[in-house]
Design a protein around this ligand. Structure first.
Ligand code: UDP
Length: 465
């Protein structure tokens, strides 16, 4: 690419995928690159648009995404992302052309887009602007996803599988005979751990993933993962990848970005946490997309109540199939737990995991939640639902050994035992020790300079465009 010699302003255009677990790392990356002197413009869809008020240093530009009301209300991220990729190329091109015409912003240095939104790449090529991909996900998941797509193309997995409603996903694997068998060369992953989606057909899912995996003409890949956690997966990927890989996670520790929550954070739970003793509280949150059936909520509730441990529980509006928020807690539950439980709709998660009172995290194992927990040395109860979460749950329990995986349907007795095991028993204490060792490893990567080396190399690459 021809080098530009005169520039009035070095603008980086960031294009996040419109979901919480993708917006957060992209804006964290933006905060870091802004601290290095770049001007940041975030181009986003109307759907799930980030709140600009917390990011005064960034410019936010919204583009029409052409999503229908039906697509939005379907809650199917695969369908929504496929539609966005099909619809947004033109509006993005117009947006950039407009941006380049503006006097003070005539130099777009490069475009950084999430792996799940690949529509910016052909536009970048048209306009002769370099592009980079952000993978806000684990490297191990990338390898598992490649294996899944290979197995799909060879017909090893019984495709097509039926479309699942989000509340019944576990049943897929229970009835599948391959379920518990190990995937060749992916030890310790089993077929049931492959990063499959429960929101759409596997045909649609693989269409999206084939595009997400493809590097195409991107100049480099940025990975939100620490080298010290995923070294062998990263090395394996780099051997096959034609462009440089920058593993610069965990991004939330690299630049202090303001909150980019799509839902309002209820900070009152911090006051409640302040009253609890050291490492005593289990924090429970299933992320921004997973949903459960009412009967699962009841089992979780009674498991938490019967464990007799203090808990802070995020019940996201809409996360319990077919029910409104808190009215749905089982009768007698609130009386049984009293002040021992705190329930909110959305929480300042990073602050919670860093709080002295939090000693465990019951999580769906999204990658951001996983990194946020490991970064604070908090061991986990792993209840994965979909996508990469199963890969992470398996790694947390079998490789890093800082998580207890709940393999079966949610049941109060198993829940109670798992909470006690993590919060009270020796097994949980040992996991906490290992989690703290991982936290220290991550902190050491900051101090040793290896991480800063990668960050500087990334900045140098962008400056070279
Ligand atoms: N999160 C939050 N408050 C909550 C629950 C989640 O701020 O009450 C944030 C969490 O810190 C993480 C993101 O939402 O950064 C969820 O991303 P993740 O990859 O863990 O899961 P996803 O929501 O994509 O399934």
């Amino acid at each position: 690419m021809e080098k530009k010699t005169q520039r009035s302003q070095r603008t980086l255009v960031l294009v996040p995928a419109p979901y919480q677990g993708h917006i957060n790392p992209m804006l964290q990356l933006g905060a870091f690159l802004h601290s290095k002197g770049f001007s940041i413009t975030v181009v986003h869809t109307h759907f799930n648009s980030p709140n600009p008020s917390n990011h005064h240093n960034f410019t936010f530009l919204s583009i029409p995404d052409g999503l229908t009301a039906g697509q939005i209300s379907s809650g199917n991220p695969i369908g929504i992302l496929l539609a966005i990729n099909a619809n947004c190329k033109e509006s993005f091109q117009q947006c950039l052309t407009q941006l380049m015409k503006q006097e003070a912003r005539n130099d777009i240095t490069c475009i950084i887009h999430d792996e799940l939104v690949y529509f910016p790449e052909p536009v970048a090529n048209n306009l002769n602007i370099p592009s980079l991909i952000l993978r806000p996900n684990s490297a191990t998941n990338f390898i598992a996803r490649s294996a899944l797509l290979r197995l799909h193309s060879k017909g090893y997995i019984p495709f097509p599988l039926p479309v699942f409603i989000t509340c019944n996903y576990d049943k897929l694997w229970i009835t599948d005979s391959l379920s518990l068998k190990p995937v060749p060369e992916l030890h310790p992953l089993r077929f049931k751990d492959l990063p499959i989606s429960t929101f759409d057909t596997l045909e649609n899912y693989s269409k999206l993933m084939v595009n997400a995996q493809n590097v195409r003409t991107s100049s480099a890949i940025i990975w939100n993962t620490p080298d010290c956690l995923e070294q062998s997966s990263l090395e394996q990927i780099q051997q096959q990848c034609q462009v440089p890989i920058f593993s610069i996670g965990p991004l939330h520790k690299i630049a202090t970005a303001a909150s980019s929550s799509l839902l309002e954070e209820d900070t009152s739970c911090i006051e409640w946490l302040d009253k609890q003793s050291h490492n005593s509280v289990i924090y429970v949150s299933l992320g921004s997309l997973a949903s459960i059936a009412k009967k699962d909520l009841d089992e979780m509730a009674w498991g938490l109540a019967n464990s007799e441990q203090p808990f802070l529980w995020v019940i996201r509006p809409g996360s319990v199939c077919g029910s409104d928020w808190i009215d749905l807690l089982p009768q007698g539950f609130k009386k049984a737990v009293g002040e021992r439980g705190c329930i909110v709709q959305w929480a300042p998660q990073k602050e919670i995991l860093a709080h002295d009172a939090v000693g465990g995290f019951w999580s769906h194992c999204g990658w951001n939640s996983t990194l946020e927990s490991i970064s604070e040395g908090v061991p986990m109860i792993c209840k994965p639902f979909s996508y990469d979460q199963k890969v992470h749950a398996r790694y947390l329990s079998q490789v890093w050994k800082i998580g207890l995986q709940l393999e079966n349907e949610i049941e109060r007795g198993e829940t109670e035992r798992a909470v006690r095991k993590l919060m009270v028993d020796i097994e949980g204490k040992e996991m906490r020790v290992r989690a703290l060792e991982l936290k220290e490893k991550i902190e050491a990567s900051f101090k040793s300079g290896s991480l800063y080396g990668s960050l500087n190399d990334l900045v140098d690459l962008i400056r070279s465009f």
